[in-house]
Design a protein around this ligand. Structure first.
Ligand code: KIV
Length: 278
């Protein structure tokens, strides 16, 4: 999938599918489905490393997970998040970080917000790095926003978001994630923009949907926001599998004889000349 194919999806009104992914084995699973776009999101800090917010994601974390995901993907467009503050410390830092993510296998980078990001977005795009924008609830600003709250509920903030979206498009972003904003605002943005919008908690009238993989397969514990649907109960299945393993070991049902290696008979050793492998 390329950014041009993604943009065509909007023109042809074909919904875009996007999921987060942080490791090779789940990347291989996503690769076999109709997933258009895979995001190595900075939510990796929370989902995989147990931190309380995305501000703990750093370049070492993002690069390691981007490399792992890229080794499992062949088809979807791979986007990696620029971590907290990596694009607010001047050009040389942003160029260094974006280069590292692209060399780790990303095909585009995502960064949050618009204000103060014009030069960065323009510079990356002009340098040949596709940039995805992210507006609405921007988790890296969680403390500035006063918590994980729905954004753009009043007219003033809604108009600001509209202007920010138009700015990101003008500066060269190829697509925009809209997180936790009212459906009617997401619809307005989607109609006014020529680039695709990809919503999470932004309702139905956007060009695509993104979810955190672990959330939509029932592996995020108690986290259950209004916008989320659980499409598979993998968490329960893992729990059952682990429980069954523990029980089988405790009851000495596992391993059975069928799982055990026996020394080769002397004549077989002579015949093959070496031991057979597992
Ligand atoms: O980091 C992330 O998971 C994201 C999605 C919520 C879009 O940015």
């Amino acid at each position: 999938m390329t950014i041009l194919q993604l943009q065509k999806r909007k023109q042809q009104q074909q919904p875009i599918t996007m999921l987060t992914c942080y490791d090779t084995w789940s990347a291989k699973l996503l690769d076999q489905q109709a997933v258009d776009c895979v995001l190595v999101g900075d939510s990796v800090a929370m989902v995989m490393h147990g931190y309380e917010s995305t501000i703990y994601a750093d370049m070492a974390m993002m690069t390691m997970h981007t490399k792992a995901v890229s080794r499992g993907l062949t088809k979807p467009l791979l986007v990696a998040d620029m971590p907290f503050m990596s694009y607010r410390q001047g050009f040389s830092k942003v160029v260094e970080c974006a280069t590292e993510l692209m060399q780790a296998g990303a095909q585009a980078v995502k960064l949050e917000g618009a204000k103060g990001n014009e030069q960065v977005v323009r510079h990356l795009v002009e340098s040949g790095i596709p940039v995805m924008g992210h507006l609405g609830l921007t988790p890296q600003s969680v403390h500035q926003l006063g918590g994980h709250k729905i954004q753009g509920k009043d007219e003033k903030r809604a108009n600001e978001l509209l202007q920010e979206a138009m700015d990101l498009q003008a500066w060269g972003c190829f697509a925009l994630v809209l997180e936790c904003i009212p459906e009617s605002l997401a619809q307005r943005l989607t109609q006014q923009l020529t680039i695709p919008t990809i919503g999470i908690g932004a309702g139905r009238y956007v060009d695509g949907q993104v979810l955190v993989l672990q959330d939509m397969i029932g592996c995020s514990g108690e986290f259950y926001p209004k916008f989320l649907q659980t499409f598979a109960q993998v968490g329960n299945a893992i729990g059952q599998g682990v429980g069954a393993f523990c029980q089988a070991v405790q009851q000495r049902d596992f391993p059975s004889q069928a799982h055990c290696y026996e020394p080769l008979a002397p004549q077989a050793v002579e015949k093959v000349g070496h031991e057979t492998s597992a």
